[in-house]
Write a protein that binds this ligand. Structure first.
Ligand code: S3P
Length: 190
């Protein structure tokens, strides 16, 4: 189900009763962390950012894991962190942009009960510009041409995984959270 930017402001403060984990996916710059924090606040749930969780578990920053050990090692650490994070309840989890590329991760997300994934979608130029304005090192963005190819390859993966897609480029973070909660009520269970 795709929720367009016309969603009316909504005051829902609960998730459907059968959901105990809300997972945000989308490319770098999609607002997963910002929206995730706000959403968790609105629900009175915990918020967990998968990159921050990996950094806390390893004592290393994401860019330093990439530069010292390579992307394949980062992906292993990411899968282990995801499995651990999905053990929690009443949590909003912001994935890394590449998390759903790994089949094991998609299976974990699809097979963990009471878990719904939401895709925060926006066009590549918007996402790229947002990332350039942020003071955050992202190894996967080093080459814009390669980054756009990854964006295109990931779009169908994000879309298939998600119960709900929200097009965010004309929404404020607050409106995105409202559209998301509203969309969850209206979208079929997965
Ligand atoms: C990555 C996205 C980053 C981080 C890592 C790799 C990717 O997370 O996991 O740099 O492959 O898209 P954000 O999407 O939170 O920036």
């Amino acid at each position: 189900m795709n929720v367009q930017a016309t969603a009316e402001p909504h005051t829902a403060t609960t998730a459907p009763a059968n959901i105990r984990r809300l997972v945000l996916t989308g490319f770098m710059g999609a607002g997963k962390t910002t929206i995730g924090r706000l959403l968790a606040q609105r629900l009175g749930w915990d918020f967990l950012d998968l990159d921050a969780y990996i950094e806390a578990r390893t004592g290393l920053s994401v860019p330093s894991i990439f530069s010292a050990h390579g992307e394949p090692r980062f992906r292993q650490l990411e899968s282990a962190a995801l499995a651990s994070a999905l053990g929690r309840s009443n949590v909003v989890l912001a994935l890394g942009g590449g998390t759903p590329e790994v089949l094991t991760n998609r299976l974990l997300l699809e097979q963990t009960p009471a878990t719904s994934t939401i895709f925060l979608d926006a066009p590549f130029p918007t996402l790229f510009d947002r990332c350039m304005l942020q003071d955050q090192a992202r190894p996967v963005l080093a080459d814009p041409v390669v980054a756009e190819a990854r964006f295109l390859a990931r779009q169908p993966i994000y879309r298939r995984l998600a119960r709900l897609t929200i097009t965010t480029d004309n929404l404020t973070p607050e409106e995105t959270v409202s559209a998301l909660l509203d969309g969850l009520v209206r979208s079929p269970r997965r």
